[in-house]
Design a binder for this molecule. Structure first.
Ligand code: BGC
Length: 423
């Protein structure tokens, strides 16, 4: 991205949301009634979440940290398996806990952005067939209703379900997440369809009780491009992957001709460069390729390419839906502070450019506040603005956290090369 454009720096609009995103299973610890915990205990997953970051007990200190670093918003998920550990049984202690969590956010001036389903579900739900069970949608709808009844007045920004395509791919295609099914794109698309239907029901439920709520689902949107743009089949592969993994969900959330979305919640991490290969180990209409003509490319510890330009492209594309956009996740798995800074700086510039072009961008929530339990990768992938020492559970802010703090506090992205001061 051209540094020249930012020679004068860039000013973000007042009220822009700045913060970090988390998910219950990844930070809270002791998520015993969940399907993930059961799978971890059974040995089918390579890592155990255990006490994770112990955020269940340390949430106030974590929110203090977020506030001290200039955040004014925070994304979290309310763990369904805590709130309904047995079918139809509401756990009052868990409701009370989340009530205090939401109050703690408000007391620190952190706007809650609340996810209702972030990959984990109650163990009982999974044992009855999970998202493919006949009554799955009714069960989730009843849960959503209970949450909205209790917390509706405390929450403005809602995310119904997190990343339908990612959950479906890992659970039913690559098979490295519960329920560990492999190679079944047919089931994966049924799951995606169900999650989109679950979204629509949740959307209606939330609006029935909280008319001015802002509701979306969080969509994982990579920037997808053809390996060789002069080859028709590569272009077709990129187009089909975009249709099935990006556009399809946006179509599934339509009802009576309108999309049941109040904003677009974008989780952006990387770009995929796709070469056509309809069979073999293809992920979906092609394989990701790394070829010399693409020039040097930077990858993180999870082999995801660092490609800030893609965020700009994705934001432009989302803006065409005619809705405001909130970046609900963006981050990098690395222990290299310089790379993390370059990543953040590049993506902040992409936000600035999108705003400059008129995209109605409402905020940026970085993944994640601190290193946490990265699903099947355990604690090996480090995404935190703050490093977590998993032996002592100490959080240590990284330089990128200071850069974000400076931008959040001043509302200004200083010109490239200017010093990052201490927070
Ligand atoms: C998920 C997070 C995950 C992050 C980094 C997203 O797909 O929503 O739960 O930790 O990516 O891999």
């Amino acid at each position: 991205m051209a540094g020249q454009e930012f020679a004068e720096g860039f000013r973000f609009p007042p009220g822009f949301l700045w913060g970090a995103a988390t998910a219950a299973h990844q930070v809270e610890g002791d998520n015993r009634a969940s399907d993930w915990w059961a799978a971890e205990e059974s040995g089918r997953l390579p890592h155990r979440s255990g006490r994770a970051c112990d955020h269940l007990r340390r949430y106030e200190a974590d929110f203090d940290l977020a506030r001290a670093f200039g955040h004014n918003a925070h994304r979290l998920s309310l763990e369904w398996s805590r709130l309904e550990p047995e079918p139809g049984v509401r756990d009052e202690a868990a409701f009370g806990h989340y009530e205090r969590v939401l109050e703690a956010l408000r007391a620190r001036g952190l706007e809650p952005v609340v996810t209702l389903h972030h990959f984990t579900a109650p163990r009982w739900f999974a044992e009855r067939g999970g998202w493919l069970a006949a009554d799955a949608l009714d069960r989730f709808a009843a849960h959503v209703d209970a949450v909205v009844e209790r917390f509706g007045s405390q929450i403005r920004w809602w995310i119904t379900v997190n990343e339908p395509t990612v959950l479906a791919k890992h659970g039913w295609v690559t098979g490295d997440w519960p329920p560990f099914v492999r190679g079944r794109w047919d089931l994966a698309f049924r799951v995606i369809h169900r999650l989109c239907t679950a979204h629509r029901r949740a959307y209606r439920c939330i609006h029935a009780r909280v008319p001015d709520a802002l509701v979306s689902f969080a969509h994982s949107i990579p920037w997808i491009e053809p390996c060789d743009p002069s080859r028709t089949l590569d272009r077709l592969a990129a187009r089909l992957r975009t249709i099935f993994l990006v556009d399809w969900c946006f179509d599934r959330v339509r009802e009576s001709g309108r999309r049941l979305l109040d904003y677009v919640a974008v989780n952006y991490y990387t770009r995929s460069i796709v070469r056509w290969r309809p069979r073999g180990r293809a992920l979906l209409f092609g394989v990701d390729c790394h070829e010399p003509h693409h020039g040097p490319r930077l990858f993180d510890d999870l082999d995801q390419e660092l490609w800030p330009e893609g965020l700009l492209q994705v934001l432009r594309r989302c803006a065409r839906l005619g809705l405001p956009v909130l970046v609900t996740e963006n981050g990098i798995a690395t222990t290299d502070d310089g790379l993390r800074l370059a990543h953040l700086r590049g993506h902040l510039e992409a936000l600035a450019r999108a705003l400059g072009e008129g995209v109605e961008l409402r905020g940026y929530l970085h993944w994640s506040l601190m290193d946490n339990f990265e699903w099947a990768k355990g604690t090996t992938a480090r995404f935190g603005l703050a490093a977590t020492d998993f032996a002592t559970l100490e959080r240590r802010p990284r330089p990128a956290m200071r850069l974000l703090a400076e931008v959040a506090r001043t509302g200004r992205l200083a010109p490239t090369g200017s010093e990052v001061t201490s927070a």
